[in-house]
Design a protein around this ligand. Structure first.
Ligand code: IPE
Ligand code: IPE
Ligand code: MG
Length: 233
């Protein structure tokens, strides 16, 4: 089913999927259970956003600072990405969703990188929604890399941002910070901080977040409400 882009829905939604560990702790369960449940929620969020006509969805799954966590938790998360890539590939292809992974690859297990590359190649023709999953991602590192490319080249800064401009940034789990996510791309993003722990996030919560977004007055430095500028998702 190909639904038209919905006017009230952000062209580019970015989600900091936070609160998995607290979700598990509240139930007296180990943190990995929260991550496993969070991965299911991520799958539902992807399907729902594609249905609503979101064109770009970027999910923060593992930050470069998350390497500081215990080795067992990091290992579990990397295994979880690999198994979800395997399980969701058919669904992504069937739904016309293009998958890209953003972030560093050189510190990830070679088997995971191979799966990522395979999934990217097999979904490359998807035009309905572009899903980006950030793994070993640091926005500051991405910017440093971009600056280095500019310095090594002709000194021209490319006209486009690193990714499409973010229209709406949602962070679950109640914290109100960016944690090194899409600092450049969020220059004019609307910010939404939701108390729900990520595994508890429902489509009804998303509806409420989108309804709030639809009512915001985006002026981009001018005096009148303006549509998202050209080049924005
Ligand atoms: C987000 O949930 C997932 C990752 C950062 C990998 P957390 O693991 O940060 O959960 P909390 O914030 O400790 O509850
Ligand atoms: C941000 O969450 C990273 C992801 C959701 C992947 P964190 O839980 O790592 O962020 P801080 O430590 O609370 O800032
Ligand atoms: Mg957290």
């Amino acid at each position: 089913m190909n639904l038209p882009a919905n006017a009230g829905v952000p062209g580019h939604l970015a989600v900091i999927m936070d609160g998995n560990g607290r979700w598990a702790a509240k139930r007296g369960r180990p943190r990995w259970m929260g991550h496993a449940r969070g991965a299911q929620t991520a799958r539902e969020v992807v399907a729902y956003c594609a249905r609503l006509g979101v064109q770009h969805l970027t999910l923060y799954a593992f930050s470069s600072d998350n390497w500081k966590r215990p080795r067992e938790e990091v290992g579990f998360l990397l295994d979880l990405f690999a198994s979800h890539l395997d399980r969701q590939l058919t669904e992504l292809c069937a739904n016309g969703i293009r998958l890209s992974i953003i972030g560093r690859r050189d510190r990830l297990p070679a088997t995971l990188v191979a799966k990522m590359e395979d999934a990217e190649a097999r979904t490359a023709q998807g035009t309905r929604m572009h899903l980006r999953v950030a793994i070993d991602y640091s926005s500051k590192a991405a910017l440093q890399q971009a600056f280095a490319r500019v310095n090594a080249g002709d000194g021209e800064w490319p006209a486009e941002p690193l990714l499409p401009n973010v229209d709406l940034l949602l962070r679950t789990g109640g914290e109100r910070r960016l944690s090194d996510f899409l600092l450049w791309e969020c220059a004019y993003a609307e910010l939404a901080f939701h108390e729900a722990l990520f595994p508890d996030l429902t489509t009804a919560h998303l509806d409420a977040v989108f309804a709030d977004f639809a009512g915001r007055d985006r002026r981009f430095g001018g005096l009148d409400s303006a549509p998202a500028p050209v080049g924005s998702a």
